[in-house]
Design a protein around this ligand. Structure first.
Ligand SMILES: NC(=O)c1ccc[n+]([C@@H]2O[C@H](COP(=O)([O-])OP(=O)(O)OC[C@H]3O[C@@H](n4cnc5c(N)ncnc54)[C@H](OP(=O)(O)O)[C@@H]3O)[C@@H](O)[C@H]2O)c1
Length: 302
């Protein structure tokens, strides 16, 4: 590894947990951003140095980047809440980290964007990811930006939501036709890409789009997942307008303690459009063959 001291924002999330474990195995020093005392204690027990703060509140980040070589920004939200908009989490948060990183003279800024990031995208998620990318590219700090497709592994939010439907409901409602294509990628392969990016100088200054080895429709993903689970439930296609109309019912249900997987109107729309790139993107850019979705989901369910 060319770098030793990492600061990881988003370390407590799905991708972050896998990344921290891998970097720990490589004997790196990790400072992790946490938002609660409880998470700080957990971080200490795992051998990391916690920094209590919030990416959207600059004053809470003071001192976080002392002696840091690489700033890793994995913070992202898939749904806005009343207190946290996409702009705040993605754009303002990244801006705050960049300003701090400039002062501390860090060697590298890593930003986790997403496949589909585009300033002209109809989706706020993708637009704000693209805006954050622009800030990183203009920062003057050496950078690497990843634009991965859907990431699958133990604890990933996408699989968790589907598992909840499969386990608790008699049928699987799919908003729309379910024929939009995705390119699922194992989190273990994402970590391999990250490590490769830290080792190879040639990837600095690049924005790298990548995904798994197959293009699969949402319907196909559900079929493979149910096969891996050994459970079958009928798939029912529901017009997306109907699903959207039902969103308030889901919120009411959760208020009275009935948990239903939550989804936003934008997520419903995101499920209707292809989110893919070349199937050899990892081989071409990182030099190895990624695993299939079938293998990735098998590992995730282990
Ligand atoms: N998972 C995928 O399939 C996928 C695909 C493409 C791109 N991405 C991107 O990859 C990144 C990681 O995804 P993920 O699946 O690991 O997400 P995740 O599990 O939801 O984790 C999000 C992380 O961001 C942190 N966070 C949120 N708001 C924050 C704030 N205001 N200040 C500090 N930390 C904050 C969370 O901290 P708490 O623990 O305190 O909530 C958590 O550590 C995201 O940027 C996402 O957009 C993910």
């Amino acid at each position: 590894m060319r770098y030793k001291n990492f600061f990881i924002a988003g370390a407590t999330g799905f991708v972050g947990r896998h990344l921290c474990q891998a970097l720990k195995e490589k004997s790196c020093n990790l400072t992790v951003l946490v938002r609660t005392e409880e998470k700080a204690e957990k971080a200490i027990s795992e051998g990391y140095r916690p920094h209590l703060g919030d990416i959207t509140r600059k004053e809470t980040l003071k001192g976080a980047l002392k002696d840091i070589d690489v700033v890793v920004n994995l913070v992202g939200i898939i749904r806005e809440t009343s207190g946290l908009t996409f702009h705040k989490a993605h754009v303002e948060g990244t801006y705050n980290l960049i300003e701090l990183a400039k002062n501390e003279g860090v060697s590298l800024f890593f930003y986790q964007s997403a496949l589909g990031a585009d300033l002209k995208s109809p989706f706020k998620y993708s637009r704000t990811k693209a805006e954050a990318e622009e800030l990183v590219r203009a920062s003057g700090i050496p950078y690497i930006i990843f634009r991965p497709s859907l990431i699958i592994g133990k604890g990933d939010g996408f699989t968790k939501n589907i598992l909840e439907l499969i386990n608790r409901f008699p049928l699987i409602p799919v908003p729309g036709k379910g024929d939009a294509r995705f390119q699922p990628l194992s989190v273990d392969d994402w970590v391999r890409c990250f490590i490769r990016a830290m080792e190879e100088e040639g990837l600095v200054g690049k924005t790298l789009e990548f995904g798994g080895p197959e293009h699969l429709t949402y319907n196909e993903i559900l079929e493979i997942l149910m096969d891996a689970l050994g459970k079958r439930k009928p798939i029912v296609h529901v017009p997306k307008s109907l699903v959207k109309a039902g969103l308030p019912l889901g919120r009411i249900a959760s208020l009275v303690g009935i948990s239903v997987p939550s989804i936003s109107s934008e997520q419903i729309e995101l499920l209707q459009v292809d989110n893919i790139t070349r199937t050899d993107s990892i081989e071409k850019q990182f030099g190895f063959k990624p695993m299939s979705y079938k293998e990735a989901i098998k590992r995730a369910l282990r």
